[in-house]
Design a protein around this ligand. Sequence first.
Ligand code: R5P
Length: 292
Amino acid sequence: MEKVIIAMPGNGLIAASLAKLAGANVSEVIVRRFPDGESYVRVASDVTGRHVLVVCTMNQPDSKFLAFYFLCRALRDGGAARITFIAPYLCYMRQDRIFQPGESLTSRCFAELVSGVVDELVTIDPHLHRNKAMSAIYSIPCTVLHASQLLSTYVREHFPDAVIVGPDEESAQWVSAVAEGAGVPYVVMRKERRGDRDVSVSLPLDLDLHDLRPVLVDDIVSTGRTMIEGLKLLSRQKLRPAVCVAVHPVFAEGAYEELQKGGAAVILSCNTITHASNCIDVAPLLASALNS
Ligand code: R5P
């Protein structure tokens, strides 16, 4: 079946790389806002009988999702045979349980909306914590890719004296994979989050990390508080300035600048979300899922 790629606004670069690697054409879509804030969406080419891959990374999702939804409906109405949602970063994964009565279980709500309009989903390192698999919330087939090998290669080539530092216990599974692939040690901090921007971290006491280059790796950097507290802690231990690496550089407003001020030696990220810190290209990883 012929594959065509559609890039939602802001996803042109990664979609173009993907098209090249997957041997697919990029189809045009027109997405714009009416003066009153409503979305206009038009599929500008014939998608009848085609396998359409919609690339839309989902940071700032509330401003993107309706247009994405309208697009998928238009593709279906236009006769697309199969619709794959490629979300390099997938949102609404962190509210994965009801903490206080009356809260919306947004991970499930979002998954139901997506599962209703596409046939399958491909994403990278979704934040699976209390839900151990995507099938716990998504009713469509999901391909979960991991950036750990790409991170390992980067660390091995640029920081051979690294110690990988994970932000919290739940990161141990993938931090250990990054460290093993890079052939370096790792340590995992303990984190307590009391609010969006109220975080504290601690390290196991009996570790001597001197002479090593701390490389703080997190799946998502949002407010940056986790990394900033990690930087403070490492600096109190008089360790070398830490490298900060984000798989998903979400960077809420002001977070990147605060992280820079917080003493990071350098801030690096994967291009799951376009950002000045991007240095690890995930297009080949995404293409590997499409070609398999
Ligand atoms: C949380 O469990 C994640 O793994 C990240 O540690 C978290 O999303 C980072 O958020 P922030 O940058 O707001 O501290």
